[in-house]
Write a protein that binds this ligand. Structure first.
Ligand SMILES: Cc1cc2nc3c(=O)[nH]c(=O)nc-3n(C[C@H](O)[C@H](O)[C@H](O)COP(=O)(O)OP(=O)(O)OC[C@H]3O[C@@H](n4cnc5c(N)ncnc54)[C@H](O)[C@@H]3O)c2cc1C
Length: 498
């Protein structure tokens, strides 16, 4: 057994509450995790240029829960009297839906909705798996004990959680079982007294290099032939044998010129398990496609997690709409009707998502598991609209700026150089000075044209699954019959036939 490592639930010291939540998080990061970037193993991740800006932001967000004015909105009291992050709150009352929402909004606003993994999407999924335990008691009594212990462990240690659900792309027309080869989808290679030894890869785990925990499980139903891949594992990021292969870093060290990528580059990584031992207490489902599907279908985690994602989307659309507005002001184009029309589109995107969110929260329903969940149909509509709204919002920023976005000099330091005076004249805006305008252009470019911006567009399209299939799924699940009945009634009704 991995004594003393975080792999073993409950091992290690109790949370040190004499230091801030952010400081505790920073102390946890030096734990032997294997993060690979640019062909090298990252040493001291919190000091590495590709990660330090983002990790500082994460620590800052965790510290918010220690601020006396914010704490009542961000933490709740557990059954032991300790304080825990609001994402772990079990919504037993309808009011809890709103408590969770207020906390999500504070976290989301802290990064303008740009960061997605600190506010609780996957903490919510852990809470959801915990809530669903009783429904699965008869199927697998062990499952219930394991998820209770795991939920309390991550909640009480205030751990950050992400997930990885997909098998490597390789050939999407084939089942995992048809791909063959040694290193493909994640599966068990042997069992020991301590746990299972797993080998294979999973994609894509956003934030994993500096999170604590990863929920590893397929997102789609596995068939009977793919039994060996039907696993639900709660994996500690520092598990020996687990390698996190990062994409290229989009982080910048220059806060002045890159206000978003210097602070909010959420790294994405592929997980490679090279005969890693997953202790039994972390193996929630083992080679059981039916149980796994039941866990995923009955667990309310999807709903709790999605709630946070929609609140985050509101923060992001507020931010993009405000940037669009500033861009228009900065070159005096607001008086043109087509510009007003485009700005209005940004605000109606925002208001549509807000309206869906509010209606879903106010229309929250009591789930059979005994908790209150925002209306799932409205949440799915908000999610699906969001993956079309966001790319359009970015297109509007381009249309409002033209080549202005590329007029910004490579660095703001140019204003302090020999041509500074000329720049002050040529780069000024209709309503603001040159430096202020260039700062705005640089912020807009981060959203529209930077590597970080491109990743964000991809994120909003795909984070919740392949949009083609999520739309199709919503159509299938939608209660269409009452509308069809009306048409049928009209077609068959007497008025029409007379
Ligand atoms: C920035 C970013 C961050 C992400 N973070 C996470 C994360 O933290 N955790 C996580 O688990 N996932 C994450 N994802 C992955 C996300 O869940 C997937 O991108 C999404 O589910 C789609 O799967 P895929 O990327 O494997 O694409 P694929 O499913 O391979 O799809 C690629 C294309 O092939 C088509 N296609 C493939 N298979 C079929 C089929 N059977 N029928 C019809 N069409 C098909 C799709 O329609 C699409 O056009 C992230 C994605 C992005 C872009």
């Amino acid at each position: 057994m991995l004594a003393g490592s975080k792999s073993s639930i409950g091992s290690g010291t109790e949370p040190n509450t004499t230091v801030s939540s952010g400081a505790r998080y920073l102390q946890r990061l030096n734990d032997g995790r294997k993060v690979w970037l640019d062909g090298k193993l990252v040493q001291h991740i919190a000091n590495h240029p590709a990660f330090r800006g983002t990790i500082k932001s994460v620590a800052g967000i965790l510290d918010l829960q220690d601020e006396p004015e914010l704490a009542p909105h961000l933490v709740f009291e557990t059954e032991t009297g300790a304080h825990a992050n609001m994402a772990f709150l079990i919504p037993e009352q309808k009011e809890d839906v709103f408590r969770r929402s207020r906390a999500f909004k504070i976290w989301s606003d802290a990064t303008f909705g740009v960061m997605s993994r600190v506010g609780g999407t996957y903490r919510g999924q852990v809470a959801g798996l915990y809530i669903g335990r009783e429904l699965l008691q008869s199927e697998d009594p062990d499952y219930s004990d394991k998820i209770v212990n795991y939920y309390r462990y991550v909640r009480d240690h205030d751990l950050l959680v992400t997930s990885a659900g997909h098998d490597p792309q390789i050939d999407r027309t084939k089942l995992s079982s048809e791909l063959g080869g040694l290193y493909t989808a994640l599966r068990i290679v042997r069992e020991t007294e301590d746990g299972i030894i797993v080998r294979g890869a999973k994609m894509l785990a956003t934030g994993s290099p500096y999170m604590d925990e990863i929920i590893v499980s397929p997102l789609v139903k596995k068939t009977a032939e793919e039994k060996q891949y039907a696993l639900l594992l709660m994996v500690a990021v520092n598990t020996p044998g687990l390698h996190l292969i990062c994409r290229e870093s989009f982080a910048s060290e220059e806060e002045e010129n890159h206000p978003l990528s210097s602070r909010f580059d959420e790294m994405d990584a592929v997980l490679v398990f090279d005969d890693a031992l997953i202790p039994w207490e972390r193996v929630l489902v083992k080679e059981d496609p039916e149980l796994l599907w039941k866990v995923r279908s009955t667990a309310v985690g999807g709903g709790l997690g999605l709630h946070k994602s929609i609140v985050r989307l509101v923060s992001k659309l507020e931010f993009v709409a405000a940037v669009g507005n500033e861009l228009a002001d900065s070159i005096g184009i607001k008086k043109f009707a087509h510009v007003k029309e485009k700005l209005a589109e940004l605000f109606y995107q925002l208001e549509s998502i807000k309206a869906l969110l509010l209606t879903a929260e106010h229309g929250a329903k009591l789930d059979p598991s005994g908790v209150w969940l925002p209306d799932s149909g409205l949440m799915a509509t908000a999610k699906n609209l969001g993956n079309r709204y966001y790319p359009r919002a970015i297109e509007i920023l381009q249309q409002l700026s033209g080549a202005g976005l590329l007029q910004a000099p490579s660095t703001l330091a140019e204003f302090r150089g020999p041509l500074g005076t000329q720049l002050q004249a040529y780069y000024r805006g209709a309503d603001r000075g040159a430096e202020e305008r260039v700062k705005l252009l640089k912020l807009a470019w981060e959203l529209v044209g930077s590597q970080l911006g491109a990743r964000h567009e991809l994120y909003e399209r795909y984070y919740a699954g392949d949009p083609i299939r999520t739309y199709a799924r919503q159509y299938v699940d939608y209660n269409k019959q009452p509308h069809f009945d009306k048409v049928q009634e009209y077609l068959l009704g007497s008025t029409y036939h007379q």
